[in-house]
Write a protein of this length. Sequence first.
Length: 164
Amino acid sequence: MDKIIYASRWLMLPVYFGLSFGFMLLTIKFFQQTILIIPEIFYISESDLVLIVLSWIDIALVGGLLVMVMFSGYENFISTMTSKNNKDSLSWMGTMGINSMKNKVSSSIVSISSVHLLRLFMESDKILNDKIMWSIIMHITFVFSAVGMFYLDGINKNNVKLKK
């Protein structure tokens, strides 16, 4: 029974492939936005260009989050990733435990939410106040959640030190 349960971790592999597919879709969206903006670069306003760049930043943050979750999740739950060439390996590979990944994910979500909020403020003349209010409430919720996770992680680390 133990072997079956242990082997079932490989059922997560399709999930990580799905995240890889989502990352590919984000990359396609990035290139689509880039190609569409090039012919209009001399005609769009500065604020519209800033909104496009914010969209690119958003894509980069979400992409980084996907890579982090895919790699660290694979390493934590399925198998160790090995690179034949040390130049290809990422410095954080193999060092990110569950708590570290959880904190990085919550930080990334706060960053992504911040970019979305900035985009909303830049387009505030076109957006309903209710949507802006709910976005602010959600952002504050993300911030408090992240702070709470960091705080609890700190308490857990102190408890582990005390037990030693």
